[in-house]
Design a binder for this molecule. Sequence first.
Ligand SMILES: NC(=O)c1ccc[n+]([C@@H]2O[C@H](COP(=O)([O-])OP(=O)(O)OC[C@H]3O[C@@H](n4cnc5c(N)ncnc54)[C@H](OP(=O)(O)O)[C@@H]3O)[C@@H](O)[C@H]2O)c1
Length: 324
Amino acid sequence: MRAVACRRYGPPKVLQIEDVERPVPKADEILVAVHSTSVTSGDARMRSFKGAGIYWLPMALMFGVLRPRNQITGMEFSGRVAEIGKDVATFRVGDPVFGMKIGSANAEYVAIRETAAIAIKPDSLAFSDAAVTPFGALSALEFLRDIAKLKAGERILIHGASGAVGVFAVQIAKHMGATVTGVCRGANVELVKSLGADEVVDYTTTDFTKTQDVYDVILDTVGGTSFSRSKRVLAVNGRHVFVVQDWPQLLQAMWTSIRPGKRVICGMSGGDSKSDLAEIAGLIDQGVIKPVVDRTYPLDAIADAHRYVETGRKRGGVVVSVAA
Ligand SMILES: NC(=O)c1ccc[n+]([C@@H]2O[C@H](COP(=O)([O-])OP(=O)(O)OC[C@H]3O[C@@H](n4cnc5c(N)ncnc54)[C@H](OP(=O)(O)O)[C@@H]3O)[C@@H](O)[C@H]2O)c1
């Protein structure tokens, strides 16, 4: 099968389309014929191995010190079940599915365990849209529900509201009953409003830390906010939650956790929960949330897709089409 290989860390040009062996599903695995996949900010980081910051060592141990351990790129996919292992009970050949598996998805076929993050694709969702859903939606759900512990009636500010995590965070926070303020560039204000944000702040003209508004939660999905500056707009027991974190945020998180009052919280999302992906599929089915597709590239243009993702300017997700 054709797949995107990354044999060494480096710029987008290290990516090559290669013919590799098609995976054979084990007894508990499903083989998916991929229709669409994606390039996420995480894929670009894993390819370049830059920007890992404080997580350099754990990432190196997990993903390979000298060269990538997973030499096929990509994590999100959508497509149809092509084969099932003998123990698979909940999927049938031909089922439309979408899911997430790190280091394998930019390929014509993906083998994934039945118990991993794979779900039936909602009918209302095109294959292309389904391929930019799991990374952002699973991260947003975990950060809001488990890390920020957002409650109905709270006021949340989402910084980076137009990115892959941000577009889902806005919609899921609204669904959880919060009052949502999104922060993005002027060009993305209408998009973020259309996702249900109650207010949108254009960070190129307005500094949210200098307004009179107060938030129970500040969720920074892209970096750039600081606890020292945002303290004055955080409520008494407010939480400043960092999706992207380094030493300053981790030290602040430790320090603020041992005393009452405003807190910094850092966290990691696993992005591998089957039940969470089923919940996301349900919310899409009910019309509560939807993915945002920015651009679509053919598999052969994977390096261009990485170059675009690295600009840090994408809106929602970048699709890579695999099936003709
Ligand atoms: N800790 C975890 O477990 C975890 C999980 C998922 C993701 N992440 C990380 O979270 C980060 C965000 O991921 P993502 O995929 O959502 O990123 P992304 O899609 O690449 O984010 C792009 C968006 O960021 C916005 N942006 C850039 N600079 C900004 C600024 N100064 N202020 C406000 N918005 C800004 C851009 O909007 P404008 O053009 O409007 O500025 C753009 O729409 C990545 O670093 C990713 O690796 C971490």
